[in-house]
Design a protein around this ligand. Structure first.
Ligand code: GLC
Length: 490
């Protein structure tokens, strides 16, 4: 089976969040278990500003149907670049993608996103239509790839190569729908296609909804979240549709690339360490505290949080609890980029207590690794979390996580007080600063009072195997086979 992945992010070319890491790692492991030189896994990605091309990258020029072009077509370049275990295919159209942001700028989402991601997906389908070898399955990720499902059905249904392709949709975040108001639909679809898109498109088009309706199979990125989104509380308006899809909607927990995230071989760290030989972690801790201007000799617990500054991630819960955590002797390191307004309270606190709270409002891959390694506890107080990757990295780096029991967090972290023999972290239920504080206090108490117990807790977390090949990737391969069979059966 030949698989093409369509995504708006892929590490290391384009990343704002976990989506990028997951697409990269999934493509690589699929290549290992199902690919090979004859069947490389392809990942299609927009060529955003600053994405450099190797000089040798073969380039193809495609004429792509474009509802906004005077003559109805636009030229798009496609660059094929070998990546680590798969092939990246960059869709290059500067008017659409050579911009400051991937999705928008300070003013908000780009108003021509329907055109941008519509053109991206059309270019993918044009490439597949004219490729030497046919592709069997499209693996779509989030709303930005959903135009491909719509276009397969309304524009390419009679093209043998494209019409027969099976589609799976993986939803990493149900909060972003890619809503296309009616007055912008003309950017995306030609009038004849609009007519074929059916009544769903009469008032505008919810791209995520359309993808869920049209894909042969749909999944989200943990079993816990797959259960949650069937309820009105988490379904973001899609719960009824998802319930209606029955066993064609499922959860597959993300894996973690155990080679990319490995404290025994992480070039960003001050010292290597592992579950069998954990001594280097203390060196990493000293290094981190020194780097950030904190007292390296203070034994008090160092709590860290990393992530997109987004209401989803619960930065406001941390802001509400931070003062009392510092009063209890903890120190806090926060690294994040995104909506800075969300951390206004933390910023104020960091200004008044600079030796206890460090707020780093940026995106820094290497520093993130040093924080995972150097902290004592890792916080993820998310309001919702389809899977979450930080908690798995933290476990692997020997930094027990404190998480809210939601989505993938509840599936991957075992509370040490509820399950003393096999606990790996600390879990709380209510999305309140108070509940976060209580969980942190439990963690801090354990950290301070029982060194052997703490070491055992850390070791249990470090020993867990999150490898894609150990479960999630074969599960995707089975889902792809099933989707292809469903498509064949009509
Ligand atoms: C999104 C989700 C996160 C998930 C990631 C990768 O960022 O919010 O929970 O881990 O996608 O699937």
């Amino acid at each position: 089976m030949r698989v093409a992945v369509i995504s708006s992010e892929c590490e290391p070319w384009a990343k704002t969040g976990g989506l990028a890491d997951v697409v990269d790692a999934l493509a690589r492991s699929l290549g290992r278990i199902a690919g090979g030189p004859e069947r490389p896994v392809d990942v299609f990605l927009p060529r955003y500003r600053g994405v450099a091309l190797p000089e040798t990258a073969p380039t193809r020029r495609l004429r792509v149907p474009d509802p906004r072009a005077a003559d109805g077509t636009t030229e798009v370049a496609l660059h094929d670049v070998p990546a680590d275990g798969y092939r990246i295919r960059l869709v290059d159209h500067p008017a659409a993608f050579d911009r400051d942001g991937f999705y928008g700028d300070v003013a908000g989402d780009y108003p021509d996103n329907p055109w941008r991601f519509g053109l991206f997906c059309r270019a993918v389908l044009e490439a597949l239509r004219t490729d030497e070898r046919p592709t069997d399955l499209l693996s779509l990720h989030d709303w930005e790839a959903c135009p491909a499902a719509v276009l397969r059905d309304v524009a390419y249904a009679d093209e043998p190569r494209i019409g027969r392709i099976a589609v799976t949709l993986t939803v990493h975040n149900f909060a972003y729908h890619g809503w296309m108001p009616r007055d912008r639909l003309a950017q995306f679809l030609f009038p004849s296609e609009r007519a074929r898109a059916g009544p769903a498109a009469a008032d505008g088009l919810d791209l995520l909804r359309a993808g869920i309706e049209r894909a042969e199979l749909v999944n989200t990125v943990s079993r816990g979240h797959a259960r949650e989104v069937l309820t009105a509380e988490f379904g973001m308006g899609l719960d009824e549709l998802l319930r209606g899809r029955g066993d064609r909607f499922l959860g597959i927990r993300n894996g973690l690339d155990m080679a990319v995230w490995n404290p025994a071989a992480d070039a960003a760290l001050a010292a290597p360490y592992s579950a069998a030989d954990p001594a280097g972690k203390a060196t990493c801790r000293r290094g981190l505290l020194g780097e950030l201007g904190l007292d390296a000799d203070d034994p008090g617990p160092v709590l860290a949080m990393i992530g997109r500054l987004d209401p989803q991630k619960g930065f406001d819960l941390l802001a509400g609890a931070a003062g009392r955590l510092l009063d209890a002797g903890a120190r806090l390191i926060v690294l994040g980029s995104g909506d800075a307004g969300l951390v206004a309270d933390l910023r104020e606190l960091a200004g008044s207590r600079p030796t206890e709270l460090v707020l780093l409002e940026r995106f820094d891959r290497a520093l993130a690794r040093r924080i995972y390694a150097g902290a004592d506890l890792f916080l993820m107080p998310s309001r919702f979390e389809p899977c979450g990757q930080g908690q798995m990295i933290a476990l692997r780096y020997g930094t027990p996580p404190v998480v809210r029991r939601t989505g993938g967090l509840g599936d991957t972290v075992v509370d040490a007080d509820e399950h003393p023999a096999n606990g790996t972290g600390f879990v709380f239920d209510d999305a309140t600063p108070g509940a976060l504080l209580v969980a942190c206090s439990r963690a801090i108490q354990r950290f301070r009072s029982e060194p052997p117990g703490w070491a055992a807790l850390v070791e249990r977390g470090m020993s867990l195997d999150w490898a894609w090949e150990a479960g999630p990737a074969p599960e995707y391969a089975r889902v792809f086979e099933r989707a292809a069979a469903l498509r064949r059966a009509g």
